[in-house]
Ligand binder design. Structure first.
Ligand code: GUN
Ligand code: ZN
Length: 440
């Protein structure tokens, strides 16, 4: 049994948009978080725990639920930070060539382990992940996640056109691979299978129909894809699917929109599309770092709020330039600033924790520090380096002439200035899987 002493921060519901007040923000400064033998949270308290508990006293640090990255590509650590292209050229120039390496079992197995360890070292304990078209790449991720006890949603990528022949499958072969992977991994431990359509451009209508049928055949499957990321891509989809009303409608026509559907980007949507997201329960994995890096556009989060469809946050590495969800949140703030709105630290952090868990239907298990949740935890330094230490001291009112600022100011400065260097430790289901200061 584990007890961790720190400042506990999580959410009990959605904070109200644009407001910095403590609505649905659960702030328990200097508490012990108590974790039972089964790796689930049993409560929080201010009294010192008895000798039965393995105590970790981290007073002065911040303890949060692990982040949930709802859209990230495992094989793209090879192409992160590649120069000079927008989406379609970036795929052809960098990404498709790199993904071909994963035909090799040894390469994809090693890459999956390296990728999940990198997620943990950035404070992400759950993720919705794209592997490659190769069946073994999905298998490697499921197997590596099982070894770590991580909650993982993934599935073999479907692509049967407009990609290099070495990355193309066919409808019947892909269906067999998916069936086999679903049979072996979906619902095994914390693994869940996602029907993984790369995007409408790289699947024939027949493959999309097969993907939709898979989702109807098996209970609880997720669906992940990309939508309306880039204007050239939107135009290409209109040429590939002239009968569809919109890019999003391509997926709707093939039965791919439902409450476990995760669609990355959604920048170039209209009001009808947004209403369709709301009505089907599908949600957008907003990927601000990728959208800025590839020059894709500025996501309209305000319109999502006004319409009432869900939004989670995603690194979208390797289009995105960091696995750090904190860096991702800082980029999300800047995207909204460019749109003329302000993203509070509460809305941003909620979208990367409880909001994502709710959008994925997993809030009974992840995304918060409530009793009964699985203890997927991250422990953070409030500040690293002289500038952040100074800024944090100002927020705490610890410098001459400074008075303590509201909690939002301190947390917002942390969210904006912190990254993976601030992460001191991460636990998955109560097991310590990352420690910054551990000796190699
Ligand atoms: N659209 C289709 N494939 C990709 C991908 O790998 N990354 C991004 N950002 N968009 C895509
Ligand atoms: Zn992506």
């Amino acid at each position: 049994m584990l007890a961790i002493r720190a400042d506990l921060l999580d959410f009990t519901g959605a904070p109200s948009w644009g407001s910095t007040v403590l609505q649905n923000v659960r702030w328990r400064p200097d508490h012990w978080l108590m974790v039972g033998r089964d790796g689930r949270i049993v409560g929080a308290q201010t009294e010192d725990p008895g000798p039965d508990w393995q105590r970790h006293d981290h007073r002065g640090r911040l303890l949060m639920p692990g982040f949930i990255d709802t859209h990230v590509h495992a094989p793209q650590l090879d192409v992160i930070a590649s120069y000079g292209t927008g989406l379609l050229d970036w795929l052809d120039t960098y990404t498709f060539p790199a993904e071909q390496r994963h035909a090799d079992l040894a390469i994809t197995t090693a890459a999956a382990a390296q990728f999940l360890d990198a997620l943990l070292a950035h404070g992400t304990t759950s993720a919705v992940v794209f592997p490659t078209v190769h069946k073994a790449s999905a298998e490697a991720l499921f197997s590596a996640a099982t070894a770590r006890g991580m909650r993982l949603v993934t599935g073999k990528v479907l692509m049967d056109r407009n990609a290099p022949p070495a990355l193309c499958d066919d409808v019947a072969g892909a269906e067999r691979d998916c069936e086999d992977l679903i049979h072996r991994w979906h619902g095994q431990g914390r693994n869940r299978y996602a029907v993984t359509v790369r995007f409408a451009v790289t699947s024939t209508p027949e493959q999309l129909a097969m993907a939709g049928a898979l989702g109807r055949r098996h209970a609880g499957l997720y669906m992940q894809t990309h939508v309306a990321e880039n204007r050239d891509e939107v135009a290409l989809v209109a040429r590939c699917y002239p009968e569809a009303r919109s890019y999003l409608d391509v997926y709707h026509r093939h039965g791919l929109l439902h409450e476990r559907a995760v669609l990355a980007h959604g920048i170039w949507l209209d009001a009808t599309d947004r209403a369709l997201l709301r009505d089907t329960g599908a949600h957008i994995a907003h990927s601000p770092s990728s959208n800025l890096f590839l020059g894709s556009g500025l996501f309209d989060w305000q319109a999502a709020v006004d319409t009432g469809h869900r939004v989670s946050l995603a690194s979208d590495v390797g289009g995105g330039t960091s696995l750090s969800m904190l860096r991702t949140l800082a980029e999300a703030y800047k995207v909204q600033a460019l749109r003329g709105t302000r993203l509070t630290a509460w809305s941003a952090l909620h979208a990367a924790t409880l909001g994502a868990a709710q959008a994925l239907g997993l809030a009974s298990e992840i995304g918060h520090l409530g009793t009964g949740a699985v203890a997927d935890l991250t422990l953070w330094d409030w500040a690293c380096g002289p500038v952040a230490l100074h800024r944090d001291a100002v927020a705490r009112g610890a410098l001459p002439g400074c008075t303590p600022q509201p909690l939002h100011a301190r947390v917002f400065a942390w969210m904006t200035l912190a990254d993976e260097r601030n992460l001191a430790a991460a636990w998955v289901a109560g097991r310590p899987l990352y420690q910054r200061d551990a000796r190699p």
